[in-house]
Write a protein that binds this ligand. Structure first.
Ligand SMILES: [Zn+2]
Length: 469
């Protein structure tokens, strides 16, 4: 081949590959691909999850263990070589379980496996013993008359649908937040729900519940799925089933919590935020929720650090505190960073378990969807497909998204996430190192591309507001 021909060939090769992904320069694509390769061969994420779940274990919002988790995060960020490491403190309402017990006392006396929902009040010291009234769904309870339930225990036996994208949870979780309110409105003594979960094991799922101002507060607990089945069978045999419930909790005002922030400083003062939440429920060791997310985003940024190249934009890793009890850390973050929210060009949180990412959802203005497509093309070899443009970015991104920050969800396969979610069975043995590495690969390449892309981002909500005005 002549020199001219070789030049022509390379010229064609260069322009054709550039034309394939017009948004991203070839050099950036090559760097992203090398990050993906190094991440797939790294165990850093897996080791971080092992370390957090072993050395700290359960880390309830506002607890001494959550404080130890913050110290763990600061130490590990330091070890990995991050900059601007700090704890941003805030306060959270204290709540912890002391004791929980339930049993059928008639007609078939036997103990039930339950757990109090986060935020529930205690029963009287000696417990409550009352007749059970069952509702198939929260909707059925809402439609029931307000009279006729005084002195009863209301049981909502609604099942959750197993889905890959978690859509079953958004339906089922309404029962967790709404059952105590509906029971209170009807003068009931307490509420029980079938756990918000998809498993058939004897683990009850906890999670935050809600009360409503002006409505009597009643204690509430979740039954494991087999125990909910047991109650349903008892009810089908006997008109009158009596249940005893004793929940004792401790709630004494405000306690310290905090977000842990670490950065890879960029050349410009714009921010690409990747996050996870550091707190967990108290029953398990918070491995899939959300030790996995913590390990994934820390390791992803660590792969970027290892590149040794200063990004154009700052990559900020935020480990939010007190997520489980109502996004308290996320709200505190938005409050503290109000003046630089417009500098946040995109936010993404890993908080949907430890399985592989299979889809990328965005929340971008239409005109910016070409950026999403360009990024997606690089991530495709990881098995990631195009999703929708309604990403919420993860729970702790919601307040940022509301404030007009563009969001991305690198959606994990959630098929079996709700088998473990908020149970005593959420432990490190459920974590697969290969699946974690795939997540780390996606987050590192994603964050690197967002931090260096020669374009800005725009949220879909800003576009909608512009159309309104
Ligand atoms: Zn979570």
């Amino acid at each position: 081949m002549s020199f001219k021909l070789i030049c022509l060939f390379f010229c064609f090769f260069y322009t054709s590959s550039f034309a394939k992904n017009e948004i991203l320069p070839l050099k950036l694509i090559a760097q992203a691909k090398s990050l993906m390769k190094s991440s797939l061969n790294s165990f850093t994420g897996y080791k971080l999850i092992e370390s957090l779940t072993t050395e700290v274990g359960p880390r309830l919002a506002g607890s001494a263990a959550e404080k130890r988790a913050r110290q763990w995060a600061v130490e590990n960020f330091k070890k990995l070589g991050f900059k601007n490491i700090r704890v941003e403190p805030f306060e959270v309402q204290h709540w912890e379980r002391v004791k929980e017990f339930a049993s059928i006392t008639s007609p078939y006396p036997q103990a039930l496996s339950i757990t109090a929902l986060g935020g529930s009040i205690s029963t009287p010291k000696t417990g409550i013993e009352a007749e059970l009234v069952s509702f198939a769904t929260l909707g059925e309870l809402k439609r029931a008359p307000l009279k006729g339930f005084k002195g009863k225990i209301i049981f909502v036996d609604e099942k959750m649908t197993r889905t890959q994208d978690g859509s079953g949870y958004s339906v089922a979780v309404k029962k967790r937040s709404g059952a105590a309110i509906e029971a209170g409105k009807r003068g009931a003594l307490a509420a029980l729900i079938r756990s918000v979960g998809t498993d058939h094991h004897r683990f009850a799922h906890t999670g935050q519940m809600k009360y409503e101002k002006g409505v009597a507060a009643v204690p509430i607990a979740a039954l494991s799925a087999p125990d909910a089945d047991q109650l349903a069978r008892s009810l089908s045999r006997s008109k009158k089933v009596i249940v005893k419930l004793n929940i004792q909790i401790n709630a004494t005002g405000k306690r310290p919590s905090g977000n842990v922030v670490a950065e890879i400083p960029g050349k410009r003062d714009e921010i690409v935020l990747i996050g996870a939440h550091l707190d967990s429920w108290d029953l398990g060791t918070g491995a899939v929720d959300d030790g996995a997310g913590v390990g994934i985003v820390m390791a992803a940024a660590n792969e970027i650090l290892k590149l040794g190249i200063k990004p154009n934009r700052t990559i900020r890793v935020v480990l939010f505190g007190s997520e489980e009890v109502g996004l308290v850390g996320a709200e505190a973050y938005v409050k503290k960073h109000r003046d630089e929210l417009d500098k946040h060009i995109v936010g993404a949180e890993s908080d949907f378990g430890a399985r592989k990412i299979w889809r990328m959802d965005t929340f971008f203005a239409q005109e910016k969807l070409k950026i999403a497509q360009a990024i997606l093309e690089v991530l495709e070899p990881l098995g990631i497909a195009k999703g929708n443009n309604e990403a919420y970015g993860g729970p702790d991104i919601i307040p940022l998204r509301k404030a007009g920050v563009a969001a991305v969800t690198l959606k994990q396969n959630g098929w079996d996430y709700f088998d473990l979610h908020h149970t005593a069975d959420d432990t490190f043995d459920k974590i697969d190192s290969g699946e974690i590495s795939q997540n780390v690969a996606a987050y590192s390449a994603f964050a690197w591309m967002c931090a260096n892309i020669n374009d800005d981002f725009k949220s879909a909500s800003l576009e909608k507001n512009e159309k309104k005005n």
